[in-house]
Design a protein around this ligand. Structure first.
Ligand SMILES: NC(=O)c1ccc[n+]([C@@H]2O[C@H](COP(=O)([O-])OP(=O)(O)OC[C@H]3O[C@@H](n4cnc5c(N)ncnc54)[C@H](O)[C@@H]3O)[C@@H](O)[C@H]2O)c1
Length: 303
């Protein structure tokens, strides 16, 4: 029997590359009203203008009628703070890959929203179980009914970049996630037009448990001078038929995000083979975050 997601209104926190994409597939494919929040008003502005560009592109390719595009755009509204998500049945958090920031957001969501609201995180690597525990109401324990109920509606919904294009969502249950939360989150990802795979809650899950050590190895090779950036990327493109090389992919993901993921895997496993490359650390120190900041392993002049 197929389970209905029952989401009448969704919320998305973070209007960066991922949050914007999640808002897009929610409005265009799942066809639900979407509330969008970011702490930066500049990011909201550039995110919404990118949203309009994506719609216009789909209309020009004949994927959407102009009426459907207008309806999708009209479904999106901006909210100024987390209280604005009061009427949402599902909120997807897509802010920077930082445990403390995510915990702060989930603590506030838990205090402000109904315990029935599903709280999903788009984290690439952080323990969903730890994030779920941050929703336990003040003064309650994990064993109290309120603590159990609150943590049971937290789930990992890991979309891929660029969200409108990539067909997958990785679904991750925290130790506390209820069966109902998991099934409804799965149904929501399907409504967004995605195939769903399931991973246990381990650092990096399946996707980044495999991808990020590979990217880190490519950066270590560059750091050691084994080959040029062009030859490293070309080897994987032409030799392994990858659509892009690992250094370019790292630029597209965001080098700050890559470093944060690799640190989570390194700390979470305690295995020295996952030590992040010093070159990657220095590039992030320099605020060379890749495509989104205009400079990474390659240069991306602003359009
Ligand atoms: N980039 C990828 O390829 C990719 C893929 C899958 C998952 N993810 C995950 O998605 C999340 C977001 O990644 P991204 O690439 O969109 O990052 P991004 O840097 O493009 O966007 C992050 C956004 O979060 C906002 N933000 C930060 N702190 C906030 C707060 N406290 N309240 C409200 N907004 C806040 C920032 O202003 C920014 O707009 C991360 O957890 C990342 O690991 C990224």
């Amino acid at each position: 029997m197929s389970i209905s997601h029952g989401i009448r209104r969704a919320g998305v926190i973070g209007a960066g590359q991922m949050g914007l994409g999640i808002a897009f597939v929610s409005a265009v494919h799942a066809k639900v009203p979407v509330l969008l929040h970011d702490r930066s008003s500049a990011q909201i502005k550039s995110g919404l203008s990118f949203f309009d560009k994506l719609l216009a592109k789909d209309v020009s390719k004949g994927k959407l009628t102009s009426e459907a595009a207008k309806e999708a755009r009209d479904r999106v509204a901006v909210v100024d703070d987390l209280k604005g998500f009061k009427d949402a049945d599902l909120v997807v958090e897509a802010v920077s890959e930082n445990l403390a920031v995510k915990q702060g957001i989930f603590r506030t969501l838990s205090a402000e929203l109904s315990p029935k609201t599903i709280l999903a995180t788009n984290t690439s690597s952080i323990s969903i179980t730890k994030i779920a525990a941050s929703t336990i109401p003040e003064g309650k324990t994990a064993a109290d009914p309120e603590g159990k109920e609150s943590a049971s509606r937290v789930v990992g919904l890991h979309f891929f970049n660029p969200v409108p294009v990539m067909k997958l969502v990785e679904l991750i249950a925290a130790a506390q996630t209820s069966e109902e939360t998991l099934n409804r989150a799965r149904a929501y990802a399907s409504a967004c037009g995605k195939e769903v795979t399931y991973s246990k809650d381990v650092p990096g899950f399946v996707a980044n448990g495999l991808l990020m050590p590979f990217i880190n190895e490519a950066i270590l090779m560059l750091e050691k001078g084994i080959a040029t950036r062009e030859d490293i990327d070309k080897t994987l493109k032409l030799g392994m038929n990858h659509p892009m090389g690992p250094l370019q992919l790292a630029d597209f993901i965001g080098l700050d995000t890559c470093l944060a993921i690799q640190q989570t895997i390194h700390n979470g496993t305690g295995d020295s083979k996952y030590r992040p490359s010093v070159l990657l650390e220095r590039m992030v120190d320099a605020q060379w975050y890749g495509k989104k900041s205009g400079k990474g392993f390659y240069d991306y002049p602003s359009e």
